[in-house]
Structure formats: C-alpha cells, structure tokens
Design a protein around this ligand. Structure first.
Ligand SMILES: Nc1ncnc2c1ncn2[C@@H]1O[C@H](COP(=O)(O)OP(=O)(O)OP(=O)(O)O)[C@@H](O)[C@H]1O
Ligand SMILES: [Mg+2]
Length: 244
C-alpha cells in the first residue's frame, strides 16, 4: 500500500498533468470550434443552392450536429474552469449536481445505445447552499457517479440521485443497482490504488473522499454484493450572516 506522501505525490502529478491538459485544451477547444464553424458555414451555404431534398436533409442534419458538438465543447470547457482556484464560496449544491450529471449523460447514452438499460432517477429536494470549492466538489461527484455507472456497465440498472436537508446538513445520496462491493473489498475501498478495473487508476474515490472532507463534508458507503451500492455525502448548510 502507498503511504500518504506517495498519494500526495501522485495527486500532485495528477494535478500537474491536469493543469497541462487544461492549458493545452484551451487551444484545442478553440481550434475545434473554428473547424466546426467552417463545416457548419459550408453546409449552410450549400443549403441555399438548388439541391435535392435528401441532400437538403443531410445538410440540415450536419448543421444540427455541429451545433450540438459546439454545445458539448462549451460544457467540457466550462467544467474544467476553476480547477486552480483555492477559494471556497457559497454554491447551490443542486446546480452542481445537475452540471455533473450533464457530463456523464454521454456515457449513459453510449451504454444505452449498446443495449444496456440504465435509468437515471432524480429526487432533488433541496436548494441549500454549501461553502465549497465548486471545482473540487464537481470532480468528487463525477468520480462517484462514474463508478456507479461503471458498476452497471454489463447489466441494466438504475442510478438514483437524491438531495435533501436534514437538521443543519444537506445530504447527497448516489445509489446504483450495480455489481456491489464485497466485504473484503469494502475494507480496501479508500486505500490508494485499490481497483478492480483493467484500466482503473484506483485514485478516483480517494481523491473524492479527500476533497469532500477538505470542504467540510463527510462520506459514507454501504453496499451489497450483486445488489448495488449507496454513497451518502453530507455538508453543513451555509447560512448567510445577514449582519455581514
Ligand atoms: N459504485 C460502485 N460499485 C461497485 N464497485 C465500486 C463502486 N465504486 C467504487 N467501486 C470499487 O472501488 C474501486 C476503486 O474505485 P476508484 O474510483 O477509486 O478507482 P477506479 O474506479 O478503479 O479507477 P478510476 O477512478 O481511475 O477509473 C473500483 O475499482 C471498484 O472495484
Ligand atoms: Mg473510479
């Protein structure tokens, strides 16, 4: 098992690589948008010409596809913003959850188009705000939600997301009906580099736990092999001090 300094080294290396990737991606996003604008522009120009109906339909579909590609690019770009901000601010947790779910929809669509049937259930009953670093929170939720989806990859199932207030805390529940975790693996779950996936780094959950705790939250997990897993995350609700 790795020691905590080794985890820090790995995280630092991860953060450095991520920073380089984000810096590079600024240019890539820009280039891709220019290419999309060219494709869309040429398709729109051709639409003015006298062309057959089926060619027209194809051209309209090309324009629509370039627009949704541009939307997706904007979403990815926005998601990477704020990664180097240290500051904590009050954020509406519901909107953070929705932004994160937006990032995984593509994965659900791909799995469902391959014959899986993975449903997404929402029960978002809180508008509470919490004091956090938004980027770290999005990243943590993304890691946990991705694991939940991956646990249902070879079978169909339901991913349920709940948000509710209880006392002075807001709770986020992320539940899947996936493969579940055995009691032996449960003990190793938050240990560095524990993975059961061929291409997994085994870092996703550890980074999520560390970020959640760093932002004043708690994370608990319970699971039953063959039935599914539930992560419960809680944060103190942020109350604005009106005297400030
Ligand atoms: N919702 C879940 N259902 C079943 N097993 C899970 C779930 N979440 C985590 N696990 C188990 O915990 C292991 C560690 O998860 P973690 O996110 O840290 O790494 P990973 O998913 O294996 O790799 P990476 O996050 O780099 O893709 C997983 O390999 C899996 O065995
Ligand atoms: Mg993972």
């Amino acid at each position: 098992m790795l020691k905590s300094t080794e985890l820090e080294d790995k995280e630092l290396f991860g953060m450095e690589s991520f920073k380089i990737m984000v810096d590079l991606s600024e240019g890539v996003f820009h280039d891709l948008k220019n290419i999309l604008a060219t494709i869309s522009g040429l398709a729109q120009l051709s639409l003015i010409k006298d062309v057959d109906d089926d060619v027209k339909t194809n051209l309209i579909n090309i324009v629509k596809a370039t627009l949704s590609f541009k939307d997706a690019l904007d979403r990815y770009y926005n998601f990477t913003q704020g990664y180097n901000e240290e500051e904590k601010k009050p954020y509406d947790i519901q909107s953070i959850i929705l932004k994160t779910v937006d990032m995984v929809r593509f994965k659900l669509d791909i799995l469902n188009s391959l014959g899986n049937e993975i449903q997404l259930n929402f029960l978002l009953n809180s508008y509470s705000r919490i004091l956090c670093n938004e980027y770290e929170l999005r990243q943590s939720l993304l890691n946990i939600i991705m694991n939940a989806i991956e646990s249902m990859e070879d079978k169909s199932g339901t991913l349920s997301l709940k948000l509710y207030d209880l006392g002075n805390k807001v709770y986020i529940e992320i539940k899947d009906t996936g493969v579940g975790i055995s009691p032996e693996n449960m003990e190793r779950l938050f240990k560095v580099e524990f993975t059961t996936k061929a291409k997994g780094t085994g870092l996703g959950l550890k980074i999520a736990k560390r970020s959640i705790e760093k932002n004043g939250g708690d994370i608990e997990v319970c699971s039953k092999l063959g039935e599914g897993t539930r992560f419960l995350i809680s944060f103190p609700i942020y109350h604005e001090n009106l005297m400030d």
